[in-house]
Design a protein around this ligand. Structure first.
Ligand SMILES: Nc1ncnc2c1ncn2[C@@H]1O[C@H](COP(=O)(O)OP(=O)(O)OP(=O)(O)O)[C@@H](O)[C@H]1O
Ligand SMILES: [Mg+2]
Length: 318
């Protein structure tokens, strides 16, 4: 087991109001596994990624839970130790809308120097060689190193960031909507690169996406989120062919079959996420009065984790 998130909760405090962005989130990921996180806008995907790299800042706060990486709870580590030993070296992050996260005044090579040197890799020749090797992996020519971000297309910038995330040989790369802003051909290139990296280097990937078709193509395991809660966890193939949670069924049904982008669904309206009981109970066709007041636990059924009261009685059947 590479990563185990246990009962993780994150809250934001805005104008004296408490927003629960993650509530009791649990799942695990094996070494070298590609795990997809799917959910509508606002379901907590980015918050989850940020919690794993300890980047939740005020007004946000982790209020509960553990994040075990290689068996050690990284939330309990001294932050400096986490930053020096784990971040970039073991877990790296390609942020959402990351094309804008490159520094416009720095050449691409300087981004590689910066990251390498702040982690003790100091030989410039070694850094350049490694950067060239990584760019090749994501199908970019090494002349990109001498260019500034504005000279590159969106897809190229995204590939630079993926290359950069691999600089220190991490075991886990978290990619937050890495291809959402790109055209379909570029998306396919990048996904094929991601797959290749996963196969050749056995890097585990958390792939956050709106796009069910992409998740189906790329991932082995899925975490389905709604209103900050994990609704269902299971093998991608099994969830896609036979969803258990009513929310997963709803998602898979609402998606136009050709391109499975759930950001095309109408935005969630106020009141659609129930604040008490199961967050999906206001929209669920199977919801009972109980669902509106009582928050279900996560039940294990058929190697699947389902957070729905309908599975309460089936609990424990593995
Ligand atoms: N800095 C912040 N301050 C206040 N609330 C926040 C902040 N960041 C996130 N939230 C709230 O936390 C919840 C989860 O947000 P998050 O960005 O994790 O969702 P997401 O699933 O990544 O959405 P998207 O698909 O749009 O990227 C939302 O209700 C959001 O409004
Ligand atoms: Mg997000």
């Amino acid at each position: 087991m590479l990563l185990e998130v246990r009962n993780l909760s994150v809250e934001y405090y805005v104008e004296k109001k408490r927003i629960s962005a993650l509530d009791d989130v649990s799942f695990s990921q094996d070494n070298g596994e590609i795990l997809g996180v799917i959910g509508e806008s606002g379901s907590g995907k980015t918050t989850l990624a940020k919690a794993i790299i300890r980047a939740i800042r005020p007004p946000g706060k982790i209020t509960k839970g553990e994040i075990l990486f290689d068996g050690e709870d990284i939330l309990k580590m001294n932050y400096r130790e986490f930053k020096n030993q784990i971040l970039w070296r073991e877990i790296s992050y390609v942020p959402q809308a990351s094309q804008n996260s490159l520094n416009g005044t720095m050449k691409i090579i300087d981004h590689f120097y910066d990251t390498a040197m702040s982690h003790g890799m100091e030989d410039p020749t070694e850094i350049i060689e490694r950067a060239k090797e990584l760019l090749k992996m994501v199908n970019l020519d090494s002349k990109v190193l001498e260019m500034y971000p504005h000279e590159l297309s969106g897809g190229m910038k995204q590939r630079v960031l993926i290359a950069l995330s691999l600089l220190l040989n991490p075991q886990l790369v978290i990619m937050d909507e890495p291809v959402s802003a790109l055209d379909v051909v570029t998306q396919k290139h990048i996904l094929d690169n991601v797959r290749k990296l996963n196969k050749e280097l056995n890097i585990a990937i958390i792939f956050i996406t709106h796009d069910i078709a992409l998740a189906k193509y790329l991932t082995q395991k899925l975490v389905i989120m709604y209103g900050g809660e994990v609704m269902e966890v299971g093998k991608t193939e099994e969830i896609m062919t036979n969803p258990y949670h009513p929310y997963t069924t709803f998602l898979l049904k609402s998606i136009p079959s050709l391109r499975g982008d759930i950001s095309q669904l109408k935005p969630i309206r106020e009141g659609e996420i129930s604040l008490s009981g199961c967050p999906f109970s206001n929209r669920c066709e199977y919801a009972t009065d109980m669902c509106k007041v009582w928050t279900p636990e996560s039940y294990t059924y058929d190697r699947r984790v389902v957070r729905c009261i309908n599975y309460a009685n089936k609990n424990g059947k593995n």
